[in-house]
Design a protein around this ligand. Structure first.
Ligand code: PEP
Length: 248
């Protein structure tokens, strides 16, 4: 039985004061949460979450990193630096990184590999755009995004990774995939991995992300292949985030 994992993606939001309130609120309500919980925060706040969440049931992580180990890469942050701050997770391949910063499948695969090499856990985002869904090539797109990682790091690497299925058309739009739509892609992902390694497929946490709210989380997380969620907007409100966590 896989444990569900609910991770908040704060994106480029927050301040020291806002984070303090948000974390206090989440910490206060963790008593009846059974799912694993994590928050992925902007780089400058890693020290804050490390200090605040140490010893708690909440893990933390980053939203991006460099594919390079070190060197003359001004403005970049390495996996080893994230490890220094006690991160457990790093989001790689978020659709905003792919669309706005031109991250290719190959670059995402490189980032996934350096996250694992540092002993951290990648949350690998995959998902199709609205056009791709309308062209009925969702599985082709998601399959290609997964293949880039499997070809570079091997299927066994997925034993130490989380996959987040995030249809691009559902992220930050208020339009959520129906439980059936999401389950169908999750089943495709697990089936693809099962074709290569059944044990890895059975243990793989596949999160859904895209306008998850307290009002739709129970039904989404109730699907057989949906193992929790990657939560954007709703992760910025402690009560809403906790309600989603309790659905896990
Ligand atoms: C996300 O940022 O990964 C996300 C799923 O955002 P939202 O929940 O706001 O759609």
């Amino acid at each position: 039985m896989r444990r569900k994992l609910v991770a908040g993606n704060w994106k480029m939001h927050g301040s020291l004061a806002e984070n303090e309130n948000l974390l206090n609120g989440i910490l206060a309500g963790m008593g009846n949460v059974k799912a694993g919980v994590a928050v992925c925060v902007p780089f400058p706040y890693l020290a804050q979450v490390q200090a605040k969440l140490a010893g708690s049931a909440i893990a933390w992580g980053a939203q991006n990193l460099s594919q390079h180990a070190k060197g003359a890469y001004t403005g970049e942050v390495s996996a080893a630096m994230l490890k220094d701050f006690g991160c457990r997770y790093v989001i790689v391949g978020h659709s905003e990184r792919r669309a706005l910063y031109g991250e290719s499948d190959e670059l995402v695969a490189d980032k996934y590999a350096v996250v694992q090499a540092a002993g951290l856990i990648p949350i690998l985002c995959v998902g199709e755009t609205l056009n791709e869904r309308e062209e009925c090539i969702t599985e082709q797109v998601v399959g290609r995004q997964l293949d880039a990682v499997i070809n570079k790091s091997g299927v066994a690497s997925l034993a130490n990774a989380v996959v987040a299925y995030e249809p691009v058309w559902a992220i930050g739009t208020g339009v959520t995939a129906t439980p059936d739509q999401a389950q169908s892609v999750h089943a495709f992902i697990r089936g693809k991995v099962r074709g290569l390694d059944a044990a890895v497929a059975d243990g793989l946490i596949i999160q859904y992300g895209g306008s998850v709210k307290a009002s739709n989380a129970v039904e989404l997380f109730g699907q057989p292949d949906i193992d929790g969620g990657l939560i954007g907007g709703a992760a910025l409100n402690a009560e809403e985030f906790l309600a989603i966590c309790r659905a896990g």
